[in-house]
Design a protein around this ligand. Structure first.
Ligand code: TYD
Length: 228
């Protein structure tokens, strides 16, 4: 039985680059590693990218209906769309945990909280935030999958923006002020790290990706040795 690790952080935090490095180092050390991500590359994942993130997957989905929706509706819709992609993904993850030593997932349930809990117009809605956590938990329990550890790549939004080099167009779907949006996503992540201390390790992501990756690889190997 393998271990399930998730990587989280705001866009530009360097986690995707680090994910490749971590997977490479673990493979060199002889571990069987599956690197995966959310939104997935499967059908629902690409639909989510089209509808929520505003990417064009070439599916020619008519997105004109989005224009008539309130921001609140879009937030709630996003919660269910990401969760739908996730439950299908979990079918695969639960099976593949038998074949791999480590499954490394670039974004998972904490992204849904961090991003979708950024409620429209700067308002907070505790009941919506708790609903997201309940759905996240419910979805995981359906497949009896447990996250063994989550690494939160923590970085100031200003620094993340510099790394993104103008890739901000991707936030069209969230329809937010970029910096303010990142600030709130980061705050949500830090809240989760405080709330789920035993699962989430906050990492200073301002270091070069290869240093951060090396630190995580060491920690994962230690975790495997503790568990097995
Ligand atoms: P993408 O570029 O595919 O991934 P990454 O930023 O990790 O390279 O973009 C995914 C976007 O989707 C990212 O901005 C975070 C967002 N997202 C959510 O809002 N909720 C979720 O549940 C997930 C998984 C992602």
């Amino acid at each position: 039985m393998g271990i399930f690790i998730t990587l989280e952080g705001i866009d530009g935090s360097g986690k995707t680059t680090a994910a490749d490095l971590i997977a490479g180092s673990l493979r060199e050390a002889g571990y069987r590693v599956l690197l995966t991500q959310e939104p997935t590359g499967a059908y629902l994942g690409t639909v989510v990218k089209d509808i929520v993130i505003g990417r064009d997957s070439g599916k020619n989905i008519d997105l004109s209906f989005l224009k008539t929706l309130s921001k609140k509706t879009v937030s709630i819709m996003a919660l269910f769309l990401f969760s739908a992609d996730r439950i299908v993904h979990l079918d695969e993850i639960s099976i593949k945990l038998n074949d791999f030593d480590v499954i490394l997932c670039d974004r998972f349930i904490d992204s849904t909280y961090a991003y979708q809990a950024v409620y429209p117009n700067g308002k907070n809605d505790k009941s919506f935030e708790e609903l997201i956590l309940t759905i996240n938990d419910f979805v995981l329990r359906q497949k009896n999958v447990e996250i063994n550890r989550t690494y939160l790549f923590d970085l100031k939004p200003e620094d993340a923006l510099k790394r993104l080099n103008g890739r901000l167009g991707k936030f069209d779907g969230f329809d937010s002020e970029p910096l303010d949006f990142f600030e709130r996503v980061r705050t949500n992540y830090i809240y989760l790290a405080d709330r789920f201390k035993s699962r989430i390790k906050k990492i200073d992501a301002s270091a070069p990706a290869k240093d951060t990756a090396a630190l995580i690889v060491k920690d994962i190997i230690k975790l495997i040795n503790t568990l097995y």
